[in-house]
Design a protein around this ligand. Structure first.
Ligand SMILES: Nc1ncnc2c1ncn2[C@@H]1O[C@H](COP(=O)(O)OP(=O)(O)OP(=O)(O)O)[C@@H](O)[C@H]1O
Length: 274
């Protein structure tokens, strides 16, 4: 695996300096071995992208990070604590692919409800609404919102209580390019304020928006590097090219047949499993 942080991953201080440290993580779902002994460390205060084709294990990895995934072996340490422990309940925000807000409540009513469940402050609701640019819609029923607005309500709910780590599963899926840019800008604003973000996507042109990238394939990590390091290391012009170059390298190393034809995916399209 290409990993420009391996030296730091070998030090014993990772649990303190990194938001997430994963060692030897194996997960089996149903009859499928989904993650095959993953080692990974994810720094604090950055927007880290988790990219790879549909079905490669991104959601499974995120579920392990938030502590809702049964694991076969290995450890997942989040903010210095074992994933899923009670101490992390208010420190980790998770937005799943499915909308997690109530259609028959307004934005503000939804956030008030979640605020009370979390025991967060009243001021948090206004802060979360402002952070997601939902001020002018706050009194509207969620059922009347567009897909992008609805995604932002889920994100606003995850921001309640000011979590130290946000785990966002494909938050930009189905959004138009303008909304996608707005959301990525918001992610970076949150990171600048000290939040760590792990954001999954299977749209490769979102790679350049991340501070750091984890490229996954078939339950394994192909690369863990900055976008610039990835391009320099592979000689590719963009993330798609880098992904394909790493894939060829991975196949050669594991003596797997090359894909035919080795077509470059269009920017903004899914990278289909060859
Ligand atoms: N509940 C389940 N039971 C059995 N297998 C599952 C279950 N959920 C997912 N899988 C399998 O685990 C593998 C990884 O799925 P996962 O959802 O983690 O991938 P992903 O990279 O997040 O995909 P996508 O980008 O489409 O969301 C796939 O082979 C999938 O079929």
């Amino acid at each position: 695996m290409m990993n420009s942080r391996r030296a730091s991953a070998d030090t014993g201080d990772d649990a303190l300096t990194d938001a997430i440290v994963i060692a030897g993580l194996r997960v089996r779902r149903g009859r499928t071995d989904v993650l095959h002994g993953l080692d990974l460390s994810i720094p604090r205060g950055q927007v880290v992208g988790l990219l790879g084709p549909s079905g490669c294990g991104k959601t499974t990895l995120m579920r392990a990070v938030v502590g809702v995934q049964k694991v076969k072996s290995g450890t997942v340490t989040v903010l210095g604590e074992p994933a899923g422990t009670a101490a992390l309940r208010h420190r980790v925000g998770y937005v799943t692919q499915a909308a997690s807000v109530y259609d028959d409540l307004t934005i503000r009513q939804n956030l008030e409800y979640f605020r009370r469940v979390l025991g967060a402050s009243r001021a948090d609701v206004d802060r979360a609404i402002a952070a997601t640019d939902l001020d002018e819609h706050a009194g509207r029923l969620v059922s009347t919102l567009s897909g992008g607005q609805r995604s932002r309500v889920s994100l606003a709910a995850a921001l309640l209580g000011s979590p130290d780590l946000l785990v966002l599963d494909e938050p930009t899926v189905g959004l138009d390019p303008v909304l996608r840019v707005e959301l990525w800008t918001l992610f970076h604003r949150l990171a600048e304020a000290g939040t760590s973000l792990l954001v999954s996507s299977h749209v490769m042109d979102e790679a350049s928006r991340c501070d750091r990238l984890i490229l996954m394939r078939d339950g394994a990590v192909l690369a863990d590097a900055t976008p610039a390091e990835l391009l320099a290391e592979t000689g590719a012009d963009d993330a798609e090219g880098a992904f394909l170059a790493l894939l060829r390298r991975h196949r050669a190393r594991h003596a797997l047949p090359d894909a035919e034809p080795d077509a470059e995916p269009e920017p903004g399209t899914e990278v289909d499993a060859p």
